[in-house]
Design a protein around this ligand. Structure first.
Ligand SMILES: [Zn+2]
Length: 138
């Protein structure tokens, strides 16, 4: 029984994140949107603004989620919140109109990966520094 305990301990130490965070953080997670086989960009920053989204959760024309500030709760920085903060309509089955009124002539399925693993609950994933979020619609 020692080994599972040790693994659990290593897991907790390896995560190393407690909430609220110990002061402001500045984390980056990559977003890759593959729609009908094409890589598309996140929405761009409106003219005259420094970023798109909320101060805690935003993007800078770089297809990267920026988490900046003190994070009170893990649910404050989920992938779903990020998309809402930048005004992008993403559900577990659709990206914008893709999956609702548009398809690519394929299966019309959205498949999401978080750090290389398929994750149907990606919208509830709480972003961590270095994460890679991939959405494939086709
Ligand atoms: Zn940043």
């Amino acid at each position: 029984m020692r080994k599972p305990f040790l693994l659990t301990l290593l897991f907790l130490v390896g995560c190393g994140v407690t909430f609220p965070t110990n002061g402001p953080v500045h984390w980056h997670a990559t977003v890759e949107l593959n729609i009908c086989g094409d890589l598309i960009d996140l929405p761009r920053i409106p003219p005259g603004q420094g970023h798109l989204g909320a101060s805690l959760l935003h993007t800078h024309d770089d297809n990267i989620i920026h988490v900046e500030g003190v994070v009170q709760r893990p649910e404050d920085i989920t992938v779903g919140r990020f998309f809402r903060s930048i005004g992008m309509d993403v559900t577990s089955e659709s990206v914008g109109e893709y999956g609702k009124t548009l398809s690519c002539g394929g299966s019309g399925q959205l498949t999401a990966y978080v750090n290389g693993e398929e994750d149907p609950d990606f919208l509830d994933h709480s972003v961590r520094d270095g994460d890679v979020i991939q959405l494939m619609f086709g």
